[in-house]
Design a protein around this ligand. Sequence first.
Ligand SMILES: [Mg+2]
Length: 189
Amino acid sequence: MKFGFDIDDTLINLREHAFHLYSKKLDKQVEIERFHELTDVPIHELFGMTREQGKEMWNSQRDSIYYSDCPPFPSAIDVLQQLVREGHEVYYITARAPEHCERTRDWMIAAGFPVDPDRFYCGMSDTEKVHIIERLGLDFYFDDKPAVLDTLTGLPVQVYVKDTSYNRHLTIPRITDWEELLEILNYKQ
Ligand SMILES: [Mg+2]
């Protein structure tokens, strides 16, 4: 079967990683509970920044957010490796900007994710992901972002939302821990 995965905040804990980097950079302590209460994707408001300042901060810190030691979610690497071992096809579909695609792919490989360069899609917008997902004929697709997931209704693909504080209003099937995928596929009781 064909499995498609978003990367940021689906396979790796990017926003929380950025939260800690912001905290260090701005020398400002914010309780992690407040991060986990956010009902929207951006994190700038926790640090008293405007949307514009938040955008600037993200862009100026983007290299260290993307390419330092962002932790993968627990079991994400092991579970994807198992999928490949079981003979499945693993696709990555990330809306990171085109200039970050190659480095992102290399970072994912270095982190231990099983990456086939021909199955790594990058540089599209959130709303363009649907076309790639449809064209590839994926059996499963996983993402965290409501703006992406909202475009996928009606496709013949089993869509799961990776649980985060800003997507709890969605009523589609949900993955909280990657081990759950092995249960869904009956690899684990
Ligand atoms: Mg994402």
